[in-house]
Design a protein around this ligand. Sequence first.
Ligand code: ADP
Ligand code: GN1
Ligand code: MG
Length: 371
Amino acid sequence: MSLKPAEELLQEALSAWEWGGTVVGAVRYGAGHINDTFCVYTQNAEGDCVRFILQRINTNTFKDPVGLMENIAGVTGFLRKKIEEKGGDVTRETMNVVPTKEGSNFYADSNGGAWRVYTFVEGTLCLQKVESSEDFYESAYAFGQFQQLLADYPAATLHETIARFHDTANRYANFEKALQADVCGRAKDVQKEIEFVQARKADCSVMVDLLAQGKLPLRVTHNDTKLNNILMDKQTRKGICVIDLDTVMPGLAANDYGDSIRFGANDCAEDETDLSKVNFSLPLFETYTKGFLAAAGSALTDLEKETLPWGARLMTLECGIRFLTDYLEGDHYFRTHREGHNLDRCRTQFKLVSDMEQVWDEMMAIVKKYS
Ligand code: ADP
Ligand code: GN1
Ligand code: MG
């Protein structure tokens, strides 16, 4: 079933929860590319405003919402125990799912959509761009710690919410398929980008080959470690809560590290159209490396640490390949807001990959310094 605009199902979804007060309104929220997120404003008996996050899971992307929500319930429950043990605040340091009136952790709507509600973590910031080196360090520490906390999570119980999510070689194969099909006749206009990818076909296999050879371990990873998937405390500016847990699955440590570098170690938006503003920042790379290794380094093997720069390069290349593939296929995967949006996004990623290739030796040396 094709999904209707989320707004059309909003009232139906709202009626599936108790809310503990009167719903005053619900507005679109956040800048994600996949799910539909709303902030729900309620008024409780004391007259105070209490906010919630209501999300429609994109079931075209996440085909098994039951398994996905089981993962989230499992992971947040596990984190809650760890946070309690260290005397932390479980209402702010992990996501908390609010059950429906029927006691389920999501609501299946009449259109095949799946909705869930989280308590709103107040007093936090969600950054779309790095504002200071200190913020980036804190995000690195928070993602590193997230991985540490989940190190002994029973990984075999996790559902693979998107098959082969960070299998870069398979992403390359899908790109070639999209290119052959060229359903929109767009390939002729993006020859430079196509050549860029094809020249890096061998790179796409570096990490997946090491995994297949048993040289790198699978860990419980987040797999979507963008800066805007961390909530930072407004007062202390510490990264307090890792959000967007849909892609928590067994994966490579370098990919969590690398996806954060891709998104945050630069001074531009992911969809910046002026490529002269798109520059990989080695100082920010160093800051993130320091924070991530301070939190997660002791759990990583020597080869995992050595290959972290590959995580950065390949997550950036892979993301660019995914944007380009979606552009060739007619923009059906990532939400777009303008003509050529995926192509703009793809170009920023490829510029960043080129920059990283230029300073590869320095990247390797920085990782070594903090290992
Ligand atoms: P998407 O998959 O679309 O990226 P996210 O789960 O990252 O969705 O949520 C989108 C935005 O909503 C986040 O960037 C953040 O600003 C906000 N958000 C999500 N969950 C919470 C929460 N529990 N408390 C406060 N803000 C949240
Ligand atoms: C998507 O959902 P969101 O916006 O946090 C995508 C990530 C990409 C990212 C690029 C499930 O993340 O893999 O890296 O866009 N999520 C999924 O910004 O495909
Ligand atoms: Mg997000």
